[in-house]
Design a protein around this ligand. Structure first.
Ligand SMILES: NCc1[nH]cc(CCC(=O)O)c1CC(=O)O
Length: 305
């Protein structure tokens, strides 16, 4: 059997999650041989997060050239439209999708921040929801990989920072988390906490290997969330949050939000239905929210750019 080359970015988080994926694949296919290949993306070389696919494109090009057979992505970094010739073969089981707060000087929750405190994040989605909740806070740019962000907190420039729980959990840094942020205050990015395994269309072997670690409930949840984002006509850099849950009986409940970047207005909505209709439910919620004022917020953003 051929060696299956699994491609990943080179950050500590990307490598850790890819090793996790390969361990799961080996459990399913003990006779198969896997090799991990690291590919540097523009995002890793410090490109500003202005293009939606800075973490993704180089991996996809390597896939198309045949240098790798399976690309491992963070699902939330992946655009909602697939490039020609590539397919998502598998969405493994998600970890906690929430955002978390890490504070300094005994501050352990968002609620503990004094008036005018400085919070670090580079995500418009986090900034907008934070300001909607606490307009008094000052939000400052915080970039880089998880390690860089944690050491920026130590340098004293911020009273607290916000990160995805997923990155810290995967890096075994759970003890650094001070508080999980209630999704009522901050809805995560669509797909946050989930991975995606992408393969070449027609590579049936890679497809079958990858599909063996597919997780249907995660797929249904993230399909609804990403459909919501897609039908808003917004990319992963927009001030858009979404979170879906699937109940035992197959009912999917999706919550979504569009927020003005300064937090001054916020359109929130919810929908529920059959998990098998995940894509349609996301589309319907997007239409509702666009009508209720989401459209005005998102058009305002385009004019600013
Ligand atoms: N924006 C970068 C990014 N892409 C994926 C994760 C980890 C969380 C995940 O896998 O969803 C992070 C870090 C963060 O947002 O704190």
């Amino acid at each position: 059997m051929r060696v299956i080359v699994v491609g990943t970015r080179g950050s500590a988080l990307a490598l850790t999650q890819t090793r996790w994926v390969v361990e799961r694949l080996k459990e399913q296919w003990p006779e198969a041989e896997f090799k991990i290949k690291t590919i540097q993306t523009r995002g890793d070389r410090g490109a500003p997060p202005t293009d939606r696919d800075i973490f993704v494109k180089e991996l996809e090009e390597a896939l198309l050239r045949g240098e790798i057979d399976i690309a491992v992505h963070s699902l939330k970094d992946l655009p909602t439209e697939q490039p020609e010739g590539l397919v998502i073969a598998s969405i493994p089981k998600r970890v906690d999708p929430r955002d978390v707060f890490i504070g300094r000087n005994g501050i352990r929750r968002l609620e503990d921040l004094p008036e005018g405190a400085v919070v670090g994040t580079s995500s418009v989605r986090r900034k907008a929801q934070l300001l909607a909740y606490r307009p008094d806070l000052v939000v400052r740019e915080l970039r880089g990989n998880v390690d860089t962000r944690l050491s920026a907190l130590g340098s004293g420039e911020f009273d607290g920072i916000i990160l995805a729980a997923a990155g810290l959990l995967r890096l075994d840094l759970r003890n650094r988390i001070d508080a999980f942020i209630d999704p009522k205050i901050m809805l995560p990015a669509p797909g946050q906490g989930a991975l995606a395994l992408e393969v070449r269309e027609g590579d049936d072997i890679a497809d079958e290997l990858a599909y063996s670690i597919h997780h249907h409930p995660t797929d249904d949840r993230t399909t609804a969330e990403r459909s919501f984002l897609h039908h808003l006509g917004a990319g992963c850099l927009a001030p858009v949050g979404a979170l879906a849950h699937v109940e035992e009986d197959g009912t999917l409940r999706l919550e979504g939000v569009v927020v003005a970047p300064d937090g001054s207005s916020m359109i929130h909505g919810e929908i529920e239905g059959d998990a098998e209709e995940a894509w349609e439910l996301g589309a319907e919620l997007a239409r509702d929210i666009l009508e209720q004022g989401g459209k005005r917020i998102l058009e305002g953003l385009r004019l600013e750019q």
